[in-house]
Design a protein around this ligand. Structure first.
Ligand code: AMP
Ligand code: ZN
Length: 467
């Protein structure tokens, strides 16, 4: 079966035909490394990983991801500060230290969620000459103008500026609701290609350019790096849905104006992870990271399971109840898979197991229907007609896409890593018991229970499990 992908540019599930079947090209917008990635960001990387694993069933893939370590401003209006410099001021480190620290942390989380590393990782700060060259081309072709704070792209010069978003939404932007218009901008949708360093302040990250010392705009980074590694026309470009209106619209405008060629054949966007209370935000204490999940005793792969259980184009509402559900399902699926492996004397491919593998693949190839692929996996493990060896054949294949460590034997319950505050209560309870203070010991048991944990007193001491 031919793979189908929903293409934001055509508003349609299109059949996927690569330009070169020997090398599919895919660019994914990467992290801005000024803070920890939250699990919403990571939902997007999980969907991109599913796409990369599914493509690799049929084609070799070159997957490029940028790391934005400079130039992502806090405001879409091209004023406001660079997130990296802001991070440096916040933590009393240099912008370079901030970038290094949060990038390393990002890859740890990325790996923990079993996302396949990109073929090429490109840091913005290592590609300044390519960005300058692209801005120069745009300047030569008459798409740019200079203001007191930088070199800007004149969006009115590019005919199809609204191609990805639709005219109505661009008009909405022009109404000024989202982007405040600076006095010197010709059109509200114009954006900075190169920003000048402030005259009164030395920036930590700045470079010389034909227009003066400064730093690149955020959008130009992706165009320059994507085209350097993948050519003028990419097969696939991915990102979160928030990037459609501004970042990707601007990437198209810059790249197509510079090359005169189509920039991307398939635009694939993932929907957001949301909280019941709305957006995940750092200020509201609702900034959930992989470390926060681990502190609460969850395994990162349970979060991957949760993401797989919703289609990437639907919003997913995060809650700890849904994490509990995903944890339980993953545990059960692993227990059954391990049992199947023990029963089988090796995997055996038969007509029946191939049929199930085809069903699974067809689900993934139908615009990455991971919830269906998961449901098929459950059907197989519960199927009475398949032998253990046939099931094992299917599961080994399915786990190359699901990447849930299906054959890892469940860790003993006692191995649960307790959050620091629970561990403190358990330690206090141990002291109370040693002092034969049974009243206090019971009170502490209740406090631990209220926090969602269960204590069992065994000859070896207290055994604590999640309820
Ligand atoms: P950033 O580091 O802010 O550039 O974001 C990295 C990736 O995460 C981008 O592809 C964003 O579109 C995506 N993203 C941001 N917030 C969310 C969210 N709540 N849910 C899913 N993806 C998100
Ligand atoms: Zn990008």
């Amino acid at each position: 079966m031919m793979m189908k992908l929903y293409n934001t540019a055509t508003h349609h599930k299109d059949e996927f035909t690569p330009q070169n079947a020997q090398n599919v090209t895919m660019y994914c917008c990467g992290p801005t490394v000024y803070n920890f990635a939250h699990i919403g960001n990571l939902r997007t990387y999980i969907f991109e990983d599913l796409l990369s694993r599914t493509i690799r069933l049929h084609y070799p893939l070159t997957h490029v991801m940028n790391v934005t370590d400079v130039g992502h401003l806090v405001s879409d209006a091209d004023d406001g500060e660079d997130k990296m410099e802001l991070g440096a001021a916040r933590e009393g480190k240099t912008a370079w230290e901030i970038a290094k620290f949060y990038e390393e942390k990002f890859w740890q989380d990325y790996d923990a969620l079993h996302c396949t590393r990109p073929t090429i990782i490109s840091r913005a700060t290592a590609h300044i000459p390519e960005m300058i060259a692209l801005v120069k081309t745009l300047e030569e072709k008459g798409y740019t103008y200079r203001t007191s704070d930088g070199i800007y792209y004149d969006t009115s010069k590019f005919d199809h500026y609204d191609a990805l978003v639709g005219h109505a939404r661009i008009r909405g932007l022009q109404g000024g609701a989202r982007v405040e218009m600076s006095d010197e901008k010709r059109n509200p949708t114009d954006f900075a290609l190169w920003k000048f360093s402030p005259k009164d302040k030395k920036r930590q990250m700045e470079w010389d350019s034909p227009w003066g010392i400064g730093f690149p705009g955020w959008h130009i980074e992706c165009s320059a790096m994507a085209m350097k590694y993948l050519g003028h026309t990419l097969d696939i470009h991915c990102g979160g849905i928030d990037h459609v209106t501004i970042h990707h619209t601007n990437e198209i405008a810059q790249s197509e104006a510079a090359t005169g060629q189509k920039y991307v054949n398939y635009w694939v966007h993932g929907e957001f992870l949301i909280l019941r209370s709305g957006k995940m935000s750092k200020s509201g204490g609702t900034f959930v990271t992989v470390d926060v999940l681990k502190e609460k005793g969850y395994e990162p792969l349970a979060y991957r399971y949760l993401c797989l259980s919703a289609h990437y184009r639907t919003q997913l509402e995060f809650s700890y109840e849904s994490m509990d559900g995903a944890t339980k399902s993953l545990k059960n699926l692993r227990a059954l898979s391990c049992q199947i492996k023990r029963e089988a004397s090796g995997a055996k491919e038969t007509a029946a197991s191939s049929e199930w593998k085809k069903k699974f693949t067809a689900a993934m190839e139908d615009d990455l229907n991971a919830p269906k692929a998961l449901a098929i996996t459950w059907e197989v493990v519960r199927n009475n007609q398949l032998s253990a060896s046939e099931k094992l054949d299917f599961l080994q294949f399915a786990d190359t896409i699901l990447a849930l460590d299906l054959f890892s034997e469940p860790a003993p319950e006692t191995a649960v890593v307790l959050p620091a505050e629970i561990q403190a209560l358990v330690d206090e309870r141990a002291q109370a018991r040693a002092a034969k203070d049974w009243k206090k010991s019971d009170e502490l048991r209740q406090a631990i229970a209220q926090a969602g944990y269960q204590v069992k007193d065994t000859p070896k001491g207290q055994e604590v499990t999640k309820k």
